[in-house]
Design a protein around this ligand. Structure first.
Ligand code: HEC
Ligand code: HEC
Ligand code: HEC
Length: 129
């Protein structure tokens, strides 16, 4: 007969050592980013579906840039029929008025640093009312 007590104890010790790097890191990893959304009084919806924005805002920004720079078209109409001026500074950062508390939250976490701000202006964050 196997000594199941010893086997189980052995397994527990093995697992504890084997998985130590996982659980010893718990709570120490960089905190998940919490981008600060615009206050409800400013807007409750983005220029496109939130999930699309979360995953594909870089694609949308490229489309906006190409439309403006190549086609001279500055008006974007969202799925719900609202018209927006296609502008990084004047539109995205009009609602998301604090780049540091919004865009940078995710980008720093992911270690991406879009070079857009070499040329495009970052407006001063608005005072909260
Ligand atoms: C009219 C105001 C407004 C404009 C303009 C706007 N946004 Fe948003 N955006 C919002 C709101 C409000 C939300 C949150 C929506 C929700 O909670 O479902 C949001 C959500 C997002 C999210 C997802 C955030 C998250 O926590 O997952 C991203 C990314 C984003 N916007 C990027 C942009 C970019 C890039 C632009 C310009 C192309 C832009 N937004 C223009 C109001 C705006
Ligand atoms: C909810 C998290 C989140 C928020 C908020 C967010 N981004 Fe991003 N952003 C990402 C992710 C994820 C990527 C893709 C990184 C990758 O492809 O490696 C990205 C990439 C980008 C890129 C492409 C960068 C590159 O080098 O390819 C641009 C441009 C960009 N974001 C602009 C913005 C702007 C402007 C805002 C604020 C208005 C913003 N993002 C807010 C998560 C976010
Ligand atoms: C080398 C300078 C430079 C860099 C870097 C740059 N842009 Fe631009 N961008 C311009 C210029 C110049 C225009 C044309 C301005 C106009 O006609 O209003 C423009 C226009 C745009 C527009 C439409 C007009 C507006 O007001 O926003 C968008 C959107 C845009 N760029 C997005 C981006 C994004 C996203 C990045 C980073 C991934 C980026 N740009 C990086 C110079 C630059």
């Amino acid at each position: 007969m196997y000594d199941s007590g010893k086997i189980i104890t052995g397994l527990v010790i093995f697992l504890a050592i084997f998985t130590y790097p996982l659980w010893s890191n718990m709570g120490k990893a960089a905190p998940v980013p919490k981008p600060e959304l615009p206050p409800k009084s400013v807007a409750t919806q983005c220029v496109a579906d939130t999930n699309y924005m979360r995953t594909s805002h870089m694609t949308l920004l490229n489309v906006w840039r190409d439309d403006v720079v190549r086609m001279g078209d500055r008006v974007y109409v969202s799925a719900n029929g609202k018209a927006y001026n296609m502008s990084l500074t004047n539109t995205c950062l009009e609602c998301h008025s604090d780049k540091v508390k919004f865009c940078d939250q995710c980008h720093n976490y992911l270690a991406v640093a879009p070079f857009c701000w070499d040329c495009h202006q970052v407006p001063k964050p608005k005072e909260k009312e």
